[in-house]
Design a protein around this ligand. Sequence first.
Ligand SMILES: [Zn+2]
Length: 372
Amino acid sequence: MSFGLEKCSRMVTKRGKVVRTEGVSLPEGTIADIEDSYKYLGIPQANGNLELATRKAATAKYLQRVRQVLRSQLNGKNRTRTINSYALPVIRYPAGIIRWPKEEIQTTDVKTRKLLTMHGGFHPKSSTLRLYASRKEGGRGLVSVRATVQDETSKLHEYIKEKAPMDDVLRQRGTEDEALVEGPSWEDKSLHGMYHRTITEVADLKKSYQWLERAGLKDSTEALILAAQEQALSTRAIEAQIYHTRQDPRCRLCKKAPETIQHITAGCKMLAGKAYMERHNQVAGIVYRNIRKKEHEKLEKYQGLREELERAWKVKVTVVPVVVGALGAVTPKLDEWLQQIPGTTLDISVQKCAVLGTARILRRTLKLPGLW
Ligand SMILES: [Zn+2]
């Protein structure tokens, strides 16, 4: 028999205090005292769990992984998904076993948002609640450290509750239920939720936010468009009327109307001729290109049908309105309209094009720093 000495170490405690020893001498060598801790199921222990060390190590590793994700080439949606599935589990694993003070959780969430902001992925004045709301509901779908710790803790409580009747040790341990606190929602906030409440009345909410799920945009573009929706960007009207850092609220380009997001994205006379037209043509281009391609295929494939089609096209004209809001809002009928156009024009590609066009106009007009 031989001992795996490198896997052995010894710790002796007397009345709760760790005592140094000479180790255990064996013919093959010595089993020495542990340095400062050993790991049991991944949690460092010595004289009890080393909670502070565990939390510090987990938090450092979590933040290191967040940074790693933010340096990657992933798009916005995949960045949040990767943080959720690659960085947060580092916190989740020990969270159910050791105590995690609220202040530390809060600090780590703030740090995460600061890192996002540094990389252009979160506007500092944008809604924090919305950052953590699901993409289906118009949020960014990030999971907070707070939600992770809370979820892991309550799941473990549930498990203990369920097993307690069959287990003496668990029954003695008992469970203290921590009440889940439901926070306020971003939709109800007066400024952050204003756009959302407006489009609720006129647009298809689910469709209006589907670009967040399906367009695959960079997170800096997502952050910019959401900040625009939330009135979080510093336009001259916001600077004059809300922050009082400026006297004149009028548009820097036309000097006619107050410079609001609505004005810059869709109402400025100075932008109408070129910028809006460009965006409009790009959106129309998607529809057009598809028709052209399909037209070509059809002509080659169905030579016999050609004459008949041409004749039919001369007399039968249908107007198909394709309407997309500057910030992505679409009507419930958009899909139906698009289906009337030959070829397959996906509503998401039309919407993506409009949102990207708006992002370009906002970046140019507000002279936003590179990241945005
Ligand atoms: Zn203007």
